[in-house]
Design a protein around this ligand. Structure first.
Ligand SMILES: *[C@@H]1O[C@H](CO)[C@@H](O)[C@H](O)[C@H]1NC(C)=O
Ligand SMILES: *[C@@H]1O[C@H](CO)[C@@H](O)[C@H](O)[C@H]1NC(C)=O
Length: 469
């Protein structure tokens, strides 16, 4: 092909310059590349001048250019074919390489899938194993409040009697928040260990009584679920009567004009869950948060009256009723938060009391001891503290105590009145209204705690009794 092309070009050249002779030769050059050489006689010159005329050189150049273009065009097809072949081979090699690489990747991924399947099977076996095993034992929910570790000379290192003796039999409230792990318990334990027992100092009587020394942090047991429970009263009978056991807790939500529902809960756990075991409908509506539970009866003030009512739980009927002489009611002498808290029952080691005021006392707190059977006033004491200046009042061991504020988170029990001596005194025992609206505070003799109703929340406080230093 090359050869033919060159011959044809040569003959063209020769044809136009017939009188001249042209020679052609082919041979390797110094780089061993094949080189073609044409030799053509000049048509005008016998011999080459030292310098060729520019016109002649231009003509020669253009002829050579033409020749080169022709040759490269002719040679082009063949060259590009080779290049395509080379290209194809390269592409083929690339594709093969890619295929090999993908095969390796596939092998690797297959191995990974295998491993993951194995892991999954192991996990499924583990799940099955865990399912088939019984649940680990929970720590007991029921922890006696007055455990033996709190009893004198056993759990604690000092040998003095505890300040809260003789209450072991009433100790079976089931409330997880009163268990050993709770901060309140830890605090209580520390306090018990820290302070020697007051009874050894001769200030407590056979009931284990003493002055209020300390009130713990509130423990919330239940939040009321409706607006009716913003204020309320919750109680426990320290001398429960069949058919109800000593763990029974009672509750009245007191927002509303016709408050008549009394809820009974088997124990603290059920109260905390909000599952009443009994709902009683009282024959007469309740006024405010002053009710108390004592010896199988609910004691409460009948709505818009100074009438005291004893409602017997066993017969589910009113067992006695009596007007409290001269007592203010329905907003005449309430506690500072209002709420028609004119007449407030209380129960302590000495029995049943009622806290109220009269015109004669000019709004000062009057406390009367009642006959629990027929509601007759046995004896009355007039204090020198105005009822509407204090947030609430309660009785412990025959002493009346008042709380300064119902809303302040940090307030105090700031006053006490001893019915045994008719002596009053200012005190300052820290007291917390955690939920900032405390509508009821009563002493619970059975648990030796304060029960309170603080802004929907049923809370309790540990206390310590002893001799005031
Ligand atoms: C107790 O607190 C109330 C309310 O702050 C106050 O009016 C009363 O005087 C205080 N009583 C004593 C004895 O400090
Ligand atoms: C209440 O008192 C406690 C400690 O006695 C304190 O930590 C807390 O900050 C006080 N809260 C307020 C609102 O003063």
């Amino acid at each position: 092909m090359w050869f033919l092309a060159v011959m044809w070009i040569s003959s063209l050249l020769i044809g136009t310059q017939a009188q001249n002779t042209a020679t052609f030769s082919r041979g390797n050059d110094r780089n061993r590349r094949c080189q073609y050489t044409f030799t053509v006689d000049s048509p005008t010159e016998a011999s080459c001048p030292a310098t060729a005329s520019s016109a002649e050189m231009e003509a020669l150049k253009s002829r050579m250019g033409l020749l080169e273009a022709l040759v490269s065009r002719l040679a082009g097809g063949e060259a590009s074919g080779t290049e395509a072949q080379v290209g194809l081979r390269t592409a083929y090699n690339q594709v093969t390489g890619e295929r090999d690489r993908l095969q390796q990747e596939k092998t690797r991924l297959t191995q990974q899938v295998g491993q993951l399947q194995k892991t999954m099977e192991e996990l499924q076996r583990e799940v099955e194993r865990l399912r088939s095993r019984p649940c680990p034992q929970q720590p007991p929910q029921s922890v006696p409040l007055y455990d033996s570790s709190l009893q004198p000379g056993r759990g604690t290192s000092h040998s003095h009697p505890s300040s809260r003796p003789g209450r072991t039999e009433t100790s079976s409230l089931r409330d997880p928040s009163w268990s050993y792990g709770s901060p309140a318990y830890q605090e209580l334990k520390a306090e018990v260990a820290e302070f020697p027992a007051p009874r050894s100092e001769g200030t407590e009587d056979s009931k284990g009584c003493g002055e209020l020394l300390w009130v713990g942090e509130p423990v919330t047991h239940r939040k009321a679920d409706s607006i009716a429970g913003r204020y309320g009263v919750w109680m426990q009978d320290p001398e429960a009567v069949s058919p109800y056991g000593s763990n029974m807790l009672w509750r009245i939500d007191t927002v509303g004009t016709e408050v008549r529902q009394l809820y009974g809960y088997e124990d603290m756990d059920q109260l905390s869950r909000g599952f009443p075991a009994k709902v009683l409908l009282l024959p007469e509506a309740v006024e405010s948060t002053g009710a108390a539970m004592y010896h199988g009866s609910l004691y409460y003030q009948r709505r818009r009256s100074r009438t005291l009512i004893r409602y017997e739980l066993g017969s589910e009927s009113i067992a006695s009723r009596r007007d409290l002489p001269h007592a203010g009611f329905h907003g005449q002498f309430p506690y500072s938060w209002g709420g028609y808290t004119d007449i407030d029952f209380a129960v302590d080691e000495n029995g049943l009391w009622v806290i109220y005021s009269t015109n004669k006392a000019k709004g000062a707190i009057v406390v009367s001891q009642l006959d629990p059977h027929n509601l007759e006033v046995k004896k009355s004491w007039e204090t020198n503290i105005r009822k509407n200046t204090v947030a609430n009042a309660f009785m412990i061991c025959g002493r009346l105590y008042t709380v300064a504020s119902y809303a302040s988170p940090n307030t105090t029990v700031n006053y006490s009145f001893d019915t045994a001596t008719s002596q009053s005194k200012a005190i300052a025992i820290p007291f917390q209204n955690q939920h900032r609206y405390n509508s009821m505070i009563d002493y619970n003799v059975a648990q030796r705690k304060l029960f309170a109703w603080d802004n929907y929340h049923m809370v309790s406080y540990d206390i310590r009794l002893g001799k005031q230093q």
